[in-house]
Design a binder for this molecule. Structure first.
Ligand code: HEM
Length: 202
């Protein structure tokens, strides 16, 4: 007597969906980092506005006066930012002339960024503490706004570097914002100073 084979077991239970997080889990922390950066920019602008500018001098670091020191330091910061831009493009394989990334490029990128931040501090300190947030004309207003935005973008970038699963576009966008702020800062301060006052200290 032939036995009838058991019918195949049909799985009727619906398989629970595989948990799929958002494409990049770092989106929320990135939003938080951006809000923190915005708060930094706002706090600097508020301080510059409510604080009575002292008009006092600070260390000149060997320059004949504070203003030439600031103009040259800001130029150094701008040059370091351009070095950041070029090294970042090379690290991301966006420079057609560079086939392979040398090992020293990542440390150069990191240290030029740190140097730019450190050199900017005495300049911005004098701007905020001695001059304050000013809006006497469009150039000075743009400079004051860009100065605050620069440190906001810097805070966002420093926080973003520590986020796991950061969207791929995030660092190029924040880095581009930083270089843009610095370009505007340099044009509205150092370039203005060199063209109107000259090159004291050279
Ligand atoms: C943090 C927010 C900042 C504020 C509120 C601010 C504000 C000002 C103001 C009101 C002036 C005088 C402009 C004039 O009358 O011509 C000034 C000048 C200048 N700033 Fe800033 N600034 C800030 C950040 C920065 C940063 C980050 C840099 C460069 C790294 C910078 C570089 C300069 C330079 C080179 C001058 C020209 C020298 C002088 O007039 O003292 N500033 N800033």
């Amino acid at each position: 007597m032939s036995s009838i084979p058991d019918p195949p077991v049909i799985a009727t239970a619906v398989r629970p969906p595989v948990p799929q997080g958002p494409p990049t889990s770092g989106t929320r922390p990135l939003l938080a980092a951006s809000i923190a950066g915005g708060a930094v920019a706002l706090a600097l602008g508020t301080y510059g506005n409510v604080h009575e500018p002292t008009g006092d001098s600070i260390a000149t670091f060997g320059f004949p006066a504070v203003l030439p020191m600031k103009a040259w330091f800001a130029t150094a910061v701008f040059a370091l930012a351009l070095a950041q831009l070029v090294s970042a493009l090379a690290l991301w394989g966006r420079l057609p002339a560079v086939d392979s990334t040398p090992r020293w490029l990542a440390p150069v990128h990191r240290w030029s960024g740190t140097a730019a931040f450190v050199v900017s501090l005495p300049v911005a300190y004098h701007c905020l503490w001695s001059l304050g947030f000013q809006d006497t004309d469009a150039r000075v207003l743009a400079h004051s706004l860009l100065g605050c935005a620069f440190y906001g973008a810097m805070a966002t970038k420093l926080l973003a570097l520590r986020i796991d699963g950061l969207p791929r576009w995030a660092l190029p966008v924040i880095g581009g914002l930083l270089v843009t702020c610095l370009t505007g800062l340099w044009l509205t301060s150092s370039l203005w100073f060199f063209t109107n006052v000259g090159f004291p200290g050279v």
